[in-house]
Design a protein around this ligand. Structure first.
Ligand code: UDX
Length: 432
């Protein structure tokens, strides 16, 4: 198939590269000419495992190209994917202006039948609005179909998630685009679910809200476990082995962050309210997540007593492992809270330090350290804020010896409490 992808962010770029990898011819379009120039010269604007190789290979094979021109992308393609941002507005609703303007741009370039696929995460009924907009602005009056095809990829595992999806959801309002959509996804070998467009749009918000609910459930259990002297990891392991529950997304810690869960929850609550339903269950999911961070900061305060002039090492700035993304990162939130209390920070992340500097500037209390094992030097406490697996390889003997006081707050439950005590740490984690 010939495919255009409009928007080369995380979703657009990974989707484009994976479609090219399975043999489709893909044109990635981005309004940001400097981003297009970077991609054309072999550069990758984000860190995502496996992506650079994938892009290079498919550009070399002639299956993947980049252009700033939407018209060019549309002219070359049978199917047009929209993968532009849908950022949150201050009231939790979704800013649809990028989608709307892309719909108008598509309308002005349509000269024969095309399938227009929405991949961005959008409120239910967006497909209807996109179709209405294209119809209104399309002077040629040609036929087209709008399809909803939500993405389910996780940052850090995006290539893997796209190449081996659990399922592909295709929401349509007529049968005409179904065969082409199935052809695009056939090489991935996943079950394909065909629904109406409204259901497809809801599947995305329903799935992400449920995953966030699982995490908040584990975090609420962590509070009970601490009070009861139990271990949340044992409790969630025991729960997760029930195949009806499943073991994933039950990891208690500092709470969820990132560009999806917080935004999608707010959006879903907002959409539900507009549809006349007060989704109080999801409000509680948000509240538990907010409380979890406050509880962790209090733990640090209770132990160190006064944070002013305390030096604290922070391991992890990304919102989770395997990414350089710091958007809505619990780790960055934690840093700001500790800085506000007058602490000074020595911070390290395997991938996210460049991006973190923009939101957590060097100086004024924050020092970026290039070596994981040197972060704790001279510190009154060390905090694990992101679940990077390499933090378990920390030289604990050196770390302990280099600290002013060997206090470790493990916000991601990476270490064994018994072992940490044996090594001489005052060790606190979450729900254990
Ligand atoms: C998520 C969804 O998983 C994905 O399907 C969707 O398309 C986009 O949103 P992403 O935001 O990339 O993906 O990350 P994810 O791996 O889901 O983690 C989100 C947050 O939850 C992170 O802050 C992570 O640290 C936290 N988390 C995850 C937990 O606190 N505990 C868990 O058990 C799992």
């Amino acid at each position: 198939m010939t495919i255009a992808i409009i928007g080369t962010g995380y979703v657009g770029l990974v989707t484009g590269a994976c479609f090219a990898e399975v043999g489709h011819t893909v044109t990635c379009v981005d309004a940001d000419a400097s981003k297009v120039a970077l991609l054309q010269s072999g550069g990758i604007p984000i860190f995502e495992p496996g992506l650079e190789d994938l892009v290079r290979r498919n550009v070399a094979a002639g299956r993947l190209s980049f252009t700033p021109s939407t018209a060019e992308g549309i002219a070359r393609s049978q199917v047009i994917f929209i993968a532009v941002p849908t950022p949150p507005l201050p009231d939790g609703a979704v800013d649809m202006s990028f989608i709307e303007s892309v719909a108008r741009e598509i309308a002005s370039s349509l000269d024969s039948y095309r399938i227009i696929v929405d991949k961005s995460t959008v409120p239910v009924k967006t497909g209807e609005k996109v179709a209405e907009t294209i119809k209104r602005y399309c002077r040629s009056g040609v036929a087209f179909d709008v399809v909803s095809n939500p993405e389910f990829l996780r940052e850090g595992f995006a290539v893997e998630d796209l190449m081996k999806p659990d399922r592909v959801v295709i929401g349509v309002s007529s049968q005409r685009p179904v065969a082409a959509m199935k052809e695009i996804y056939a090489p991935f070998g996943a079950p394909i679910i065909v629904t109406d467009t409204n259901s497809a749009e809801l599947i995305k918000h329903a799935a992400n809200s449920f995953l966030a609910l699982k995490i908040s459930y584990a975090n609420a259990l962590a509070v009970i476990c601490e009070a009861a002297g139990a271990n949340v990891q044992e409790v969630t392991r025991g729960m997760g082995l029930d195949s009806r529950i499943g073991p994933r997304f039950l990891q208690a810690g500092l709470g969820f962050g990132g560009s999806c869960f917080p935004k999608d929850l707010s959006a879903f609550i907002n959409i539900s309210a507009q549809l006349g339903y007060e989704f109080r269950l999801l409000r509680e999911v948000q509240q538990i997540n907010a409380d979890q961070m406050a509880r962790f900061v209090k733990k640090i305060q209770d132990t160190l007593w006064v944070l002013k002039e305390k030096k604290i090492g922070i391991l992890g700035l990304a919102f989770k492992q395997n990414t350089d993304d710091v958007r809505s990162s619990p780790a960055i939130d934690l840093c700001h809270r500790l800085l506000r209390e007058g602490a000074s920070l020595r911070v390290y992340d395997p991938q996210a330090m460049d991006k973190a500097r923009a939101v957590l500037p060097e100086g004024s209390g924050t020092t970026y350290v290039m070596d994981m094992d040197a972060v704790a030097e001279g510190c009154d406490a060390l905090v694990i804020a992101t679940e990077w697996p390499q933090f378990t390889q920390l030289d604990l003997v050196r770390t302990r010896a280099s600290m002013t006081t060997p206090i470790l707050f493990d916000g991601r439950n990476l270490f064994d409490p018994v072992e940490m005590k044996r090594l001489g740490f005052i060790y606190q984690s979450v729900g254990r």
